[in-house]
Design a binder for this molecule. Structure first.
Ligand SMILES: NC(=O)c1ccc[n+]([C@@H]2O[C@H](COP(=O)([O-])OP(=O)(O)OC[C@H]3O[C@@H](n4cnc5c(N)ncnc54)[C@H](O)[C@@H]3O)[C@@H](O)[C@H]2O)c1
Length: 384
């Protein structure tokens, strides 16, 4: 593989003609909303993180303007440096819960994607007060402040972790009972419920995407995620310790999430407004063992040991029929693709600094959080 394999191609051309026509009608509707401008100007809140970097790149590739509002909780500003020279990209350091920061960021924006938060069970368990401040209070303030501004679509990224622990032979669809186990997932469920409760009282159209666990290369890598972590451990020659190898999880490549968000932005509003979608793919429901087997098929000399009873009991598979039927979304990337990318990145030396800059590469501590009160610190604003 080489780096050209990492470029996301615009893929609406593969859709049936009738669907492409509805997308054209939707583009015309949105254009009317914004003074006959065809330009979409998307604010990605939390866009400096793992998924946000891949999304920024994918939306720019589609000819959209991108602005990122992010408080750089992990001191990971270097993740956006590659975008700053792009005239269609701008960055504001700030807090989604701070009205002034958000207002600044919303200037000229047509659509919003909310990715911001303390993400993952371990970081929210380690920093429960900060998690509450961000994932509950700041998020709610942000949602409230988005209303009444003439925005078009607002995509809230949630998680399949909301389903908790499910029997092995059951697939959770969007109506399956939510049983969040962690502080992280509990906040997501609360935020989903709040957003859905606003029906009839917002001037924007929200869509909730329950993401599977992400994998694949992006400007800010996270090696606290299973596929990425397992692959790097093995590719660096370390012994891989696998807990509860039989547990199922849905996975999805970061570039597929970008494709999906593109679909929500493109597709007719009546198909996505106040809708919830599981975001993944049947072929990417995997056990940890099947991920290890794929890694071993590439690196057979790997040292792997197995243990039972980790502190993370989550086990779930999700039904992705709705996203396939309504948004024609099927993942284009497999777990094997993600493994190959990370093995490649390790081999060509792109990941040499992981041990030295651990917070850049995973959600372990919050070195940037204390610096983020924008009333006390200068706000870095780079606007094209
Ligand atoms: N990565 C996954 O596997 C996965 C799976 C399911 C859902 N999700 C969801 O996708 C979204 C993005 O996840 P990610 O993996 O990119 O996480 P990430 O931790 O890499 O990114 C989150 C970003 O939010 C920023 N942020 C935190 N608080 C903020 C605030 N108050 N204002 C502005 N910015 C703030 C952080 O600085 C960071 O850049 C999250 O909402 C997460 O719950 C991710």
């Amino acid at each position: 593989m080489n780096s050209k394999d990492l470029i996301l191609k615009h893929d609406n051309d593969d859709l049936p003609v009738a669907v492409r026509n509805t997308i054209a009608d939707e583009a015309a509707r949105v254009s009317k909303l914004f003074d006959n401008s065809d330009l979409r100007h998307v604010l990605i809140i939390g866009g400096a993180g793992y998924i946000g970097g891949a999304l920024s790149s994918g939306l720019l590739e589609r000819g959209m303007q991108v602005r990122v509002l992010d408080l750089l909780a992990y001191d990971h500003g270097a993740a956006i440096s590659g975008f700053l020279m792009d005239q269609n990209y701008s960055f504001i350091r700030g807090d989604m819960g701070n009205k002034a920061d958000l207002e600044d960021a919303l200037d000229g924006i047509t659509d919003v994607v909310i990715l911001a938060g303390l993400v993952g069970d371990p970081i929210t368990k380690k920093f429960p007060d900060e998690a509450h401040a961000i994932n509950d209070l700041a998020l709610k303030a942000c949602i409230d402040n988005l209303n009444g501004r003439g925005l078009n679509k607002v995509i809230f990224v949630s998680t399949c972790s909301n389903y908790g622990l499910i029997e092995d032979n059951v697939l959770a669809d969007e109506n399956f009972e939510l049983s969040p186990l962690s502080l992280y997932a509990k906040s997501k469920v609360q935020a989903e419920q709040y957003l859905l409760s606003l029906k009839g009282n917002t001037d924007f159209h929200p869509t909730i995407l329950r993401f599977a666990t992400a994998f694949g290369l992006a400007p800010r890598m996270r090696f606290d995620l299973t596929v990425n972590e397992f692959t790097r451990e093995v590719a660096t020659g370390n012994e891989l310790v696998v807990y509860d190898a039989h547990t199922w999880r849905p996975y999805c490549h970061v570039r597929d999430f970008t494709r999906l968000i593109g679909r929500v932005l493109d597709f007719p509003v009546e198909l996505v407004s106040f809708e919830v979608f599981n975001a993944g793919g049947d072929e990417n429901n995997h056990t940890k063992q099947s991920i290890v087997d794929l890694i071993l098929s590439r690196i057979p000399e790997a040292q792997v040991s197995y243990k039972a009873n980790s502190s993370d009991p989550r086990n779930y598979r999700v039904d992705i029929e709705k996203v396939r039927r309504i948004l024609h979304f099927v993942p284009a990337y497999s777990i094997a693709d993600g493994i190959d990318e990370i093995v490649w990145a390790q081999r060509v030396g792109l990941l040499d600094e992981v041990e030295a800059r651990i917070n850049f590469y995973g959600n372990y501590a919050l070195p940037g959080f204390a610096k983020t009160d924008s009333t006390q610190t200068p706000v870095l604003e780079v606007v094209s």
